[in-house]
Design a binder for this molecule. Structure first.
Ligand SMILES: Nc1ncnc2c1ncn2[C@@H]1O[C@H](COP(=O)(O)OP(=O)(O)O)[C@@H](O)[C@H]1O
Ligand SMILES: [Mg+2]
Length: 312
């Protein structure tokens, strides 16, 4: 296998939100991982665990409280010229859970898709601009007749395709998809995921794919990171994570995925995660440690030894 190149390096990233009276919400609390060129990294965890904030901070929508994000070796949050900033923004795009809320209802599909083309001056003439719009519509499985319509005329799945076309318009390298299928019917989810996979193959895109459940994310992700209350508790290749989950929180998440067979589903046991089960001592140092190659778990020194003995 070819040497993996790091596109994004996230180092001890923190994002704290002040909420008054000297209180802060530690939405992201010291997260470290890399995203390789051309891969899909799935980011999972319950609602409120900090997935969206992690994505927004990586892309530079928020200034980080602490830590660092490198994109192709360049710090996302460091001061740069407006030209450099514009270029960085072009290379990193986002698609959202609710394509309707994120598409301006008063703009035509053509204008929505071409917004980035205009901002970045990617088309020299009106004809070239429309040609790009038509190509993009076809790329995402729509057609040129859709260009002059408005978002409300489309189904949820089609709107998500418009959101994808808009992101692709500026030829990004990296796309953060923040729960892009959570609002769609199950029958439509696979179509959107398949489209994303096809685009990734064709364009060599790198994805951070955020999801709150583990069922669809396995299918699209090369590796998966699990978040719990602002921390990443486990990271491994997708297959490995499903086969050998180590952190008790990951085990609980996996046990909550419904099984296709109703009979097995009826008798299956769900596990519940109780953070107090770790019995950490006061001030005990928790670190993200590698148990087997590429498989990381947030754990104490004592747990590390135990996990090593169990899984190596
Ligand atoms: N702009 C903000 N100001 C204050 N708190 C926020 C803000 N954005 C998110 N939070 C809080 O940070 C935590 C993580 O939120 P979020 O990143 O949206 O989680 P997720 O995407 O995993 O559901 C939550 O407790 C949320 O209420
Ligand atoms: Mg979210």
């Amino acid at each position: 296998m070819a040497e993996k190149q790091k596109l994004i390096e996230i180092k001890n990233l923190k994002q704290y939100f002040p909420v008054g009276h000297g209180q802060v919400i530690k939405a992201v609390d010291g997260v470290t991982f890399d995203i390789y060129k051309g891969e899909t990294l799935g980011l999972v965890g319950e609602s409120g665990c900090g997935k969206s904030t992690t994505g927004r901070t990586i892309i530079g929508l928020y200034q980080a409280t602490d830590g660092e994000v490198l994109f192709n070796g360049v710090s996302v949050h460091a001061k740069k010229s407006s030209q450099e900033l514009k270029e960085l923004k072009r290379k990193m795009q986002m698609i959202f859970q609710d394509p309707y809320a994120s598409l301006n209802p008063r703009m035509t599909v053509a204008d929505i898709i071409a917004e980035g083309i205009d901002i970045h001056g990617l088309a020299k003439t009106k004809e070239e601009r429309m040609k790009r719009v038509y190509e993009l519509l076809e790329t995402v499985g729509l057609n040129r007749e859709h260009a002059n319509r408005y978002p409300h005329e489309f189904s949820g799945g089609q709107r998500q395709r418009i959101g994808i076309a808009r992101a692709l318009a500026v030829e990004p390298e990296f796309i953060i998809a923040d729960e892009p299928i959570s609002a769609l019917d199950v029958s439509i989810q696979a179509q959107v995921v398949n489209l994303m996979k096809k685009l990734q193959r064709e364009k060599g895109l790198t994805y951070l794919f955020i999801a709150h459940d583990l069922s669809m994310v396995k299918y699209i992700s090369d590796r998966i990171g699990v978040m719990y209350f602002g921390k990443m508790v486990e990271l491994a290749e997708a297959e490995e994570l499903y086969r050998n989950p180590i952190h008790p929180y990951t085990k609980a998440l996996l046990s909550a995925i419904p099984l296709p067979d109703p009979e097995t589903e009826r008798v299956r046991r769900r596990t519940v995660y109780d953070p107090s089960q770790h019995n950490y001592k006061e001030g005990e140092l928790l670190e993200f440690r590698e148990i087997t190659p590429g498989h990381f778990v947030l754990c104490s020194e004592e747990e590390y030894k135990k996990y090593k003995a169990m899984y190596s």
